[in-house]
Design a protein around this ligand. Structure first.
Ligand code: NDP
Length: 297
């Protein structure tokens, strides 16, 4: 393999280590304990796993966390009341409502009810708007994690052509916005592709940095990648694997083995973007606690 592996696990550990020190400082010098509330509705197994991982990650670095669990038939009103209660709770600096929510609940309304200054997931329209115009805000965790991975790996984004495949509100659009900003560690020329893009390979082959956030197993093949590009694979897809105990394995949106022969650096799946997502949630929660106390930097 020619490419360097961008080790998301290692970079995430480094950031978590720095955060743990910062939290220790906040506790000992200011008596501040950052707090996160996670709201889980229903019994979606993937959501349950994510929420467990988030609580554990908080616990491991000294963030107070609490979980509010509701049955799938909880009313929208009850959920909104809980969010309002958490908005007013001084020990909670971040509120995260695990998505997706059951069909009878309006996700947009729930997200809109979270105070923007506690929206550590970065999904509130106020934060999304601020991100777009380059104002200080909470940035959504997965795209923020992608940006941090690129920075920590020393990738020069200035003037580079970044091609993002995927235009979702949680990954594609925000990552494009972040890398486009007129600021240090950004300033990229960004192209966003989607399922209606004509001749996708012709566009992806122009990328100095290719970000795949598609949700299609191993769709990006070597012929779609420029020699020497940096490839970030956000995709997490389960595919059948009778040889494994679980009967499946996780693969990304990129055909790793063949693309790694051609590109300069690449993220693996798992162990690339995944570990960064929760790390940026922790980061945002600490930032929120600091902002509330008027601490800058
Ligand atoms: P969405 O399904 O919301 O968006 C997928 C995007 O890919 C859409 O914009 C879609 O286009 C585009 N697309 C689909 N098929 C094609 C195609 N054949 N050619 C070009 N574009 C295509 O997914 P998400 O953004 O939520 O997630 C993307 C992937 O990232 C998933 O695998 C998901 O599991 C993973 N993920 C990983 C996270 C992590 O922490 N590692 C966190 C979040 C997501 P169109 O808009 O036209 O439909």
């Amino acid at each position: 393999m020619k490419a360097a592996i961008i080790d998301g696990k290692k970079i995430a550990e480094t950031i978590r280590g720095e955060l743990a020190e910062e939290i220790e400082d906040l506790k000992s010098k200011r008596n501040i304990i950052p707090g996160l509330a996670v709201v889980l509705v229903g019994e979606n197994p993937a959501s349950q796993v994510y929420v467990r991982m988030k609580n554990k990650a908080c616990h491991d670095i000294g963030i107070y966390s609490e979980q509010q669990t509701y049955p799938a038939d909880v009313s929208e009103e009850e959920l909104l009341n809980k969010v309002k209660e958490l908005n007013a709770d001084d020990k909670i600096h971040g509120i995260l409502v695990q998505l997706p929510l059951p069909k009878h609940i309006n996700e947009f309304k729930v997200i809109n009810t979270i105070l923007p200054e506690k929206d550590v997931d970065g999904f509130h329209p106020v934060n999304i708007g601020k991100l777009m115009i380059g104002e200080d805000c909470f940035k959504p965790c997965t795209p923020y994690g992608v940006h941090k991975l690129l920075i920590h790996s020393g990738v020069d984004l200035n003037g580079s052509h970044v091609v993002v495949v995927g235009r979702s509100n949680i990954v594609g659009k925000p990552v494009a916005n972040m890398l486009l900003q007129k600021e240090k560690d950004a300033n990229a020329t960004v192209t966003v592709c989607h399922s209606r893009t004509r001749d996708l390979p012709a566009v992806t082959r122009q990328a100095d940095v290719l970000i795949a956030a598609i949700g299609r197993p191993e769709m990006i093949t070597a012929d779609m990648v420029k020699e020497g590009a940096v490839v970030i694979d956000v995709g997490v897809n389960r595919v059948d694997d009778p040889s494994s105990e679980k009967g499946y394995k996780l693969v990304g949106d990129v055909k790793f083995d063949e693309v790694a022969e051609k590109c300069r650096a690449i993220t693996p799946v798992p162990g690339g973007v995944g570990p960064m997502t929760i790390t940026m949630l922790l980061y945002n929660t600490v930032q929120s606690a600091k902002k509330k106390a008027g601490i800058t930097g």
